[in-house]
Design a protein around this ligand. Structure first.
Ligand code: GTP
Ligand code: MG
Length: 210
């Protein structure tokens, strides 16, 4: 994917604020501080368009980033702060649950986990919830730069085991630091957007400019 443009569009706090241009959306879910915003920045080659922080839980809204005027990355708030409770709704908010279940523009959820550690109980709950509702998803194991190369296969295996993933379930290894996994992830995203890697979709008019 050649990223020609990327802009922050809105921090949506309610569904009335979601864009109405019917462009496809790729959402990112994961624990606070796992590296969701950093992944977006690496994918679009921008240092700090998606805000990153060492302060967990900073992203509290659904943040929309428009790429090449053809699709959105939707950066979710991090989960994993509330104590044990039963439903995703209680745990993470009605807005996100309803987005995941009803948003027809949603094409793929990237579930971001930390490659260094086995997925947490919250990660497993998210994974099972997405599976249960048959929402297209790919697990992305990030911070790969923090693991010595020889130990990468073992860490990937542990993630597959903990989630109970089959060989067919998608898992991409990634590093926002080095860019490892970026091309693979772009190919995957492009296949869900059903767009050619090189071309720009003409779906959205650029007529606003004078
Ligand atoms: P919230 O918005 O709070 O949910 O966090 P987030 O998931 O968006 O995480 P963010 O991208 O802000 O990254 C959290 C911290 O991890 C920052 O200090 C990043 O620099 C660091 N980080 C993210 N990705 C990587 C990576 O691939 N490698 C390394 N070494 N550090 C990373
Ligand atoms: Mg963030």
């Amino acid at each position: 994917m050649i990223v020609k443009s990327c802009e922050f569009v809105i921090s949506a706090m309610s569904k009335e604020q979601f864009p109405r241009d019917f462009l496809p959306e790729i959402a990112l879910a994961g624990r606070s501080n796992v590296g969701k915003s950093s992944l977006i920045n690496r994918m679009i080659n921008r240092k700090n368009l998606a805000r990153t922080s060492s302060q967990p839980g900073k992203t509290q809204t659904l943040n929309y980033y428009l790429v090449n005027n053809s699709f959105y990355f939707v950066d979710f708030p991090g989960y994993g702060f509330a104590k044990v409770s039963k439903s995703l709704r209680q745990k993470w908010g009605q807005l996100i649950e309803s987005y995941l279940l009803n948003r027809s523009e949603l094409k793929l959820v990237l579930q971001i986990v930390d490659l260094r550690h086995p997925p947490t109980a919250d990660d497993r709950m998210m994974y099972e919830w997405l599976k249960h509702y048959q929402i297209p998803m790919c697990v992305v194991a990030t911070k790969a730069d923090k693991i010595p190369k020889t130990r990468l296969p073992g860490h990937l295996r542990l993630i597959r085991q903990t989630f109970g993933m089959s060989d067919h379930d998608r898992l991409v290894m990634f590093s926002a630091e080095t860019g490892a996994g970026k091309d693979e992830l772009w190919s995957l995203i492009a296949s869900f957007l059903q767009t050619d890697l090189q071309t720009e979709s003409p779906q959205r008019s650029q007529g606003e400019k004078p």
